[in-house]
Design a protein around this ligand. Structure first.
Ligand SMILES: [Zn+2]
Length: 433
């Protein structure tokens, strides 16, 4: 359907207002308009409102199929991905996940093991239409010395297909060993990475956060936190991060993931936290599939009663940038997933009610994570921008979000890519006990 020459015109492409820039068209109540898109030299030369006249010969008629910009996945763990067959979560709980992953890391995460699983993950993400991806990298000693060089190699190998970013990952108590943590911050800076930690309510949380911020300022690093991934209403580390950002006068980007406990807290507490999050300029990413899987998991086999996700609607209403992302795929934190951002968006629509109205929620998997990751021109369709987009069969939200769209067409630099997914059997050699 898409000419290999890379020069063509698409008629009747259904584009969304929230992710299409500079299009003077009348958008319908779902935010869609029909557009005429011209592509040449890897770029979108023009996007214009569709004229009512007949489609001329030589122009590809999309007949109202939806076209979205390629996805940006801002929170993943591709160093953990696909270990499930050799290290399942024994009970589906958060502690089960933490313990199983820790044991597998110590026993199995050689450079080759990490590299092969990372590459498998990136091939899946690419085939599904993802253009940029940030992964957290388990950086508990001595793993940081193994995984960061693998990340750097992988980033170079994938340049031009997936823009790869890395953030270190360790529990906040790891910051107590300041000499070691400062060395890690330096290593992350050398890899042009992002400084990340997992926060929970340790007694010295404020002091440790101050040290994290000091190191980020010293090396000019952006920050990425996992915060309050729990139903415990006493977990308020999101607020502590916002306060630390304010009193440290931090000017870099800060992304905070999860924030599950916020959805359980009393309204006054929530309002105070959201005020501070907005004032401090934090961006929030929710991980709906992983939260649904892990949160409210009950040891007595009773039924979960909450969805696990944070208060994205309330955040967006205050102007806080909000995204959704994949998180874990086929590891003890989430037994499923394939880094398919359409699946994430479909699940987010159901779990978080990204509908009636859809509004600008498509930005949560495209333009907003691109801004957080400082990727200019990613996550939007615009004249003069890169011809990186996904063509779907669906012509409306109900059609798009009802089927897996396994036959979608992914266009990169104007050309349709080979969308063959890697075969699970490739990893069999890594799964033997
Ligand atoms: Zn995560």
């Amino acid at each position: 359907m898409i000419p290999a020459s890379g020069s063509y015109r698409l008629a009747n492409a259904r584009v969304h207002q929230s992710v299409t820039l500079g299009l003077a068209a009348t958008f319908d109540s779902d935010g869609f308009a029909l557009a005429d898109i011209t592509v040449a030299n890897g770029k979108i030369s023009s996007i214009a409102a569709q004229a009512a006249s007949k489609v001329p010969a030589g122009v590809i008629d999309l007949a109202g199929r939806i076209v979205l910009p390629c996805f940006v996945d801002c929170h993943t763990h591709i160093d953990k991905g696909h270990i499930w067959p050799r290290k399942p979560n024994p009970d589906g709980s958060f502690m089960g996940a933490l313990n199983a992953t820790g044991a597998d890391r110590v026993a199995r995460w050689t450079a080759e093991d990490v590299a092969r699983r990372m590459d498998f993950s990136l091939r899946s993400a690419y085939a599904h239409g993802t253009r940029a991806l940030r992964t957290h990298i388990d950086s508990v000693a001595p793993q940081e010395e193994i995984s960061w060089p693998v990340f750097e190699t992988m980033r170079e190998a994938w340049r031009g297909r997936i823009e790869l970013q890395g953030a270190c990952l360790l529990g906040i108590e790891g910051v107590r060993d300041k000499k070691w943590f400062d060395r890690l911050a330096k290593r992350v800076a050398a890899a042009k990475g992002v400084l990340g930690v997992v926060t929970y309510m340790v007694p010295d949380l404020e002091e440790l956060l101050d040290h994290v911020f000091a190191q980020a300022i010293k090396h000019g690093l952006d920050l990425d936190f996992h915060a309050d991934e729990t139903d415990d209403i006493a977990a308020i580390s999101l607020k502590k991060i916002a306060e630390a950002a304010l009193w440290n006068g931090f000017e870099g980007n800060i992304l905070v993931g999860h924030c599950c406990s916020l959805a359980r807290q009393p309204d006054l507490e929530v309002l105070d936290t959201l005020d501070k999050v907005a004032k401090a300029g934090l961006a929030i990413v929710s991980l709906p599939m992983c939260n649904l899987y892990l949160q409210d998991r009950r040891a007595d086999q009773t039924t979960p009663r909450w969805r696990g996700v944070t208060l994205l609607h309330e955040m967006k209403a205050r102007g806080i940038p909000v995204a959704v992302a994949s998180d874990n795929t086929r590891d003890p934190f989430h037994a499923y997933g394939d880094l398919d951002m359409l699946e994430v968006y479909r699940m987010a629509t159901r779990i978080l009610h990204f509908d009636h109205p859809v509004g600008d929620w498509p930005q949560a998997v495209t333009a907003t994570p691109a801004q957080v990751m400082r990727l200019d021109g990613f996550g939007t369709l615009t004249a003069g921008g890169d011809a990186d987009f996904v063509l779907f069969k669906g012509r409306s939200w109900t059609e798009l979000l009802s089927r897996p769209e396994s036959d979608r067409i992914v266009v990169r630099a104007g050309r349709a890519i080979d969308r063959q997914l890697p075969d699970y059997a490739e990893l069999d050699g890594l799964m033997v006990e």
